[in-house]
Ligand binder design. Sequence first.
Ligand SMILES: [Zn+2]
Length: 183
Amino acid sequence: MKHRQTISLQPYQLTSSLISTSTFWSLEDVSWMQQALSLAKQGAAREEVPVGAILVYNQQIIGQGFNEPIGRHDATAHAEIVALRDACMRLSNYRLPLQTTLYVTLEPCTMCIGALIHARVDRLIYAASEPRAGMVGSQMNLATQPFYNHSIQVHQGLCGEHSSQMLKGFFRQRRQALKNNKR
Ligand SMILES: [Zn+2]
């Protein structure tokens, strides 16, 4: 029997005992998250807060996006929503296939976890935690509430340090630019 290839990475941060932090990710998981990180980087190049998301079904990308509320003039244009809309447009269906996985570089907010529940995403893997307003472990865990008719399996911490450094670097540069403009 062929063993599933695994790679060992350091978990980023354990925020809740309800959320599993796996130290063994498959090579595919790592590769999808790296693609989500490169989408986040595209966002940063457009001066958007760098968050990227990829929706995967059957080992194929069915939707992708990065956080782009400024460029799209749309408060709802978070990476997760952009990726969901991309997939639904491509599939010409408001329903996603069963067993889709969303890879996102930052813990989802209230709006995004709501949208992921409506879309019936099966699995959510996120990189960095969002301690201030994360709704999948940091402030609350909306992914597995009994009052919804769908729950999402959540894994956190894959490439968490990488994503966290990208976000910190982005905000550092932005503060510096603001300071320079005031001079
Ligand atoms: Zn969001």
